[in-house]
Design a protein around this ligand. Structure first.
Ligand SMILES: CC(C)(COP(=O)(O)OP(=O)(O)OC[C@H]1O[C@@H](n2cnc3c(N)ncnc32)[C@H](O)[C@@H]1OP(=O)(O)O)[C@@H](O)C(=O)NCCC(=O)NCCS
Length: 177
């Protein structure tokens, strides 16, 4: 295992991977019933559309992706999405994240490193006033990671998420230095 971290600001990193690799990446989280919001397997065609949309977002400067790659086999190990609202909109000073690490790469500090890099981008490049992350009730590992890095729960949207037949809260957390 040889993990390297890349920051994608122009689409040159995400396009190193095929649409099939991205589809496999996301479908694995569904198969393990991870606490993400996806509920149906994506097809390669759907993933191709996702890739075009994501490339557009990166090129518009409203998304940066931090990607951990295992250089020993070329696999994606983890991803942190840094989302900024369009800077000229009234909520352009807010940044939020998406975070996921492939099962076999967990517990090695990859998630922590990805999120720390995401926070640095949010603060230094995007000059975010507010930095947010959301977690589904029950995702104790993610919540404890976020708390360790300085996020605090600010509110809950009760029963917002249908977690495979069980309603769970969507917990909104805010970064406090
Ligand atoms: C949440 C997730 C991103 C964490 O990634 P990771 O690379 O395993 O996390 P790290 O190895 O950096 O661990 C960071 C912290 O998480 C906690 N943690 C990690 N694995 C844990 C485990 N098995 N049990 C308890 N706590 C754990 C620890 O607090 C750890 O802090 P420490 O370094 O001080 O011990 C990963 O579990 C994941 O992708 N899960 C599925 C998708 C998901 O839930 N994403 C988050 C959506 S909000």
């Amino acid at each position: 295992m040889n993990i390297k971290y890349y920051v994608d600001r122009d689409g040159s990193v995400i396009t190193r991977f095929s649409v099939k690799e991205w589809a496999d990446w996301i479908n694995e989280f569904l198969d393990e019933r991870a606490y993400l919001l996806i509920r149906e397997r994506v097809t390669v065609e759907e993933e191709a559309k996702w890739l075009v949309k994501t490339l557009n977002e990166i090129k518009k400067g409203i998304m940066v992706k931090v990607i951990a790659v295992d250089e020993s086999n070329g696999r994606i190990a983890g991803v942190c999405d840094v989302h900024r609202k369009k800077p000229l909109q009234a909520h352009g000073h807010n940044v939020s994240f998406g975070l996921a690490v492939r099962k076999e790469y967990r517990g090695r500090g990859i998630g922590k490193k990805l999120l720390k890099e995401g926070i640095k981008i949010a603060r230094e490049e995007f000059k975010a006033k507010n930095i947010w992350i959301e977690v589904v009730e029950g995702n104790k590992i993610a919540k404890s990671l976020y708390e360790k890095l300085g996020f605090k729960e600010v509110c809950r949207l009760r029963d917002y998420v249908d977690y495979f037949g069980e309603y769970r809260d969507r917990i909104i957390m805010k970064y406090e230095e």
